[in-house]
Design a protein around this ligand. Structure first.
Ligand code: NAP
Length: 288
């Protein structure tokens, strides 16, 4: 799929991903799969943009006829400050992962990480509902902020944010409002009591990082456990959760589902997240 050199017409729709570096992004493989699958006259390209060139690169998008771009590390916050308008999610989160070039050339910043997270949980944990019980959210970085906002929107009765640097969790609570509690990192084991969902949104458990140090003893058997780290796909946390009988959902689904609204906006087709797509992206992940 996404055969390099595929012939485009002069009317091809263009999109891409801006990051620095951008070489390990899975988004070109993901969107390229859909472009082939739906036989769309379009291209999705990696755009390595150094921080000092970000403003110039963004303003060039309408001039070059791009339909939009995804935004990845380290640009998500800077793009939120640079675009012309923000959707509600991007404004609350303070970060943009998707830019749409409007018909009048204005840049619209969106954030689809949170909705991608929610849709991946619905797909991976049949019957899961945000309102089922308190969520324990480990981490208070950019991804945790998007997930917290989406969980509140989806009706979570309580979100317990547990982060190594507690002030960052407190800042999310102050910015988003709603039923958020913040806890010290040392309280992570006991925070699991009566939880309906446990989310790892730290970098712990990633290839090359330490595993997440947590005891699941107090976590109810009915709770769903998800890790947004997807390299490795089966993190030590997910393995421990499955071993004690909890439903466990890996982080690849969030990556696939966050891409759907952007693809639909740029290329005009609502794409599907399928096993074949997942395998295609996994092959790319393993090849890296
Ligand atoms: P980030 O803004 O850099 O936040 C990192 C978080 O990890 C912070 O809460 C940080 O705590 C915590 N952390 C790092 N090292 C730690 C340690 N040794 N002990 C305890 N906590 C530690 O990163 P992000 O953008 O939110 O991304 C977080 C992870 O999610 C990354 O692995 C990223 O690849 C993944 N992600 C996945 C998806 C997906 O689609 N599946 C989407 C976005 C991100 P402090 O605040 O104390 O530093």
């Amino acid at each position: 799929m996404n055969s390099p050199g595929r012939t485009l017409s002069g009317r091809a729709t263009l999109a891409g991903v801006i990051g620095w570096p951008v070489g390990h992004s899975l988004s070109p493989a993901l969107h390229g799969y859909w472009l082939d699958r739906y036989a769309i006259d379009g291209a999705y390209v990696p755009l390595p943009v150094a921080p000092e060139n970000l403003g110039t690169a963004l303003r060039a998008l309408p001039a070059l006829g791009f339909a939009g771009v995804n935004v990845t590390v380290p640009h998500k916050q800077a793009v939120a400050a640079a675009v012309d308008t923000l959707d509600d999610a991007a404004r609350r989160i303070g970060a943009v992962n998707t830019v749409i070039v409007a018909d009048d050339g204005k840049l619209v910043g969106r954030n689809t990480d949170g909705i991608g997270f929610i849709n991946a949980l619905h797909a991976g944990a049949t019957g899961w509902s945000a309102s089922a019980g308190p969520t324990v959210l480990l981490g208070a970085g950019g991804a945790a902020r998007a997930i917290c906002a989406a969980l509140l929107d989806a009706g979570a009765p309580e979100v317990r944010i547990v982060n190594r640097t507690k002030q960052k969790a407190d800042q999310i609570a102050a910015d988003l409002g709603g039923p958020i509690q913040t806890l010290a990192w040392n309280d992570r084991d006991r925070s699991l009591e009566n939880a309906g969902l446990l989310v790892n949104a730290t970098t712990l458990g990633m290839t090359g990082a330490d595993p997440l140090p947590i005891s699941l003893d107090l976590l109810p058997a009915s709770a769903v456990v998800t890790d947004i780290v997807y390299a490795p796909l089966e993190t030590p946390l997910l393995a421990a959760a499955r071993a004690r009988g909890n439903v466990a959902v890996d982080g690849l689904g969030m990556l696939l589902h966050q891409a759907c609204p952007a693809f639909a906006a740029w290329f005009g087709v609502e794409p599907e997240v399928t096993d074949a797509l997942r395998n295609h992206v996994l092959n790319q992940l393993r090849a890296d």
